[in-house]
Write a protein that binds this ligand. Structure first.
Ligand code: C2E
Ligand code: MG
Ligand code: MG
Ligand code: MG
Length: 279
């Protein structure tokens, strides 16, 4: 017993672990300040149709850190989730994306663009999530029909009743839902019927080797068939080559997102028909 306690104590004082904890605490307070100081920004990545026309964009958050430079979301989203900071961060993202959406709706060249926003589990589970979204839509005068919320399979694994109710309420206001990173999680297929989804996004891990790995090709085909039979649109994520795009197009895919078309970029670099189409 004392041995195992000893091991635990050793583990606790493990210098690498201590350094890691210190690092995370520093990152958290830094992020909290960064949020207050206006260091967060959105990049936008186009979603294109079979003719490479931009039909929408996905908003992806970045952190312009005074010392570290441009920090990608994978470096701070999970910390924000763990500390609850994701509520403020997610609120900021929603607000910024909706303001951009409202701006675009007033210009003919961009009036039909959808804007997709990633939603984290903790944000979605918050009792006031639906109010947060609808308040933001009203305040910014964004049209809810053009707002698309991206959820992940793991998020859906939570309280099903709560999920169905929240999605249903937002759907009634016109908000649409995409299932992000589809195929990597454990969601039961019966969920797809139960939930008011509009779209599946084929995870980029299946797209990457779609030309060389027959299993990935089979998975991509299966997701496309599933989407078709359930009446859901399907986007292929992470399309980097014309070969991948052509193959997916042959499989019936009509919506694409990836470096082949554009990396996520600041709004003023988006290749939209109207060069003045940004705030
Ligand atoms: P995601 O929602 O699946 O977004 C797609 C990610 O794939 C983005 O990474 C994008 O830059 C990257 N990507 C797009 N096309 C390609 C491609 O052709 N090749 C490769 N290799 N990558 C490509 P990013 O921007 O670093 O975001 C990573 C993840 O962070 C997102 O994955 C999303 O889960 C999360 N995230 C981003 N912004 C937010 C946010 O505002 N809120 C929340 N909760 N999560 C966010
Ligand atoms: Mg996404
Ligand atoms: Mg994804
Ligand atoms: Mg992802």
């Amino acid at each position: 017993e004392s041995k195992s306690a000893g091991r635990n104590t050793m583990r606790f004082f493990d210098p690498t672990m201590q350094a890691l904890v210190a690092q995370r605490t520093a990152l958290e307070s830094d992020l909290r300040l960064g949020l207050q100081r206006g260091e967060l920004l959105l990049h936008y990545q186009p979603v294109v149709d079979a003719h490479s026309r931009v039909v929408g964009v996905e908003a992806l958050v970045r952190w312009q850190h005074p010392q570290r430079g441009l920090v990608p979301p994978n470096a701070f989203i999970s910390i924000a989730e763990q500390t609850g900071l994701i509520l403020a961060l997610g609120g900021w993202v929603l607000d910024a994306a909706c303001r951009q959406l409202a701006f675009w709706s007033h210009r003919s060249a961009t009036a039909a663009l959808t804007v997709a926003v990633n939603v984290s589990a903790r944000q979605f589970r918050h009792p006031e999530f639906v109010e947060q979204v609808m308040d933001t839509v009203r305040r910014t005068q964004a049209s809810p029909q053009l707002l698309r919320l991206e959820l992940t399979e793991s998020l859906l694994l939570g309280d099903t009743q709560d999920t169905v109710r929240k999605m249903g309420e937002l759907r009634e206001h016109g908000v649409q839902f995409s299932l992000d990173d589809f195929g990597t999680g454990y969601s039961s297929l019966s969920y797809l019927k139960l939930l008011p989804l509009e779209q599946l996004k084929i995870d980029q891990s299946f797209v990457r080797d779609v030309l060389t790995d027959p299993n990935d090709a089979a998975i991509a085909r299966t997701i496309l068939a599933l989407g078709q039979s359930l009446g859901l649109s399907v986007v292929a994520e992470g399309v980097e080559t014309a070969g991948q795009r052509d193959f997916l197009l042959q499989c019936g895919c009509t919506l694409f997102q990836g470096y082949l078309f554009s990396k996520p970029v600041p709004v003023e670099q988006l290749l939209l028909d109207d060069p003045a189409a940004h705030i």
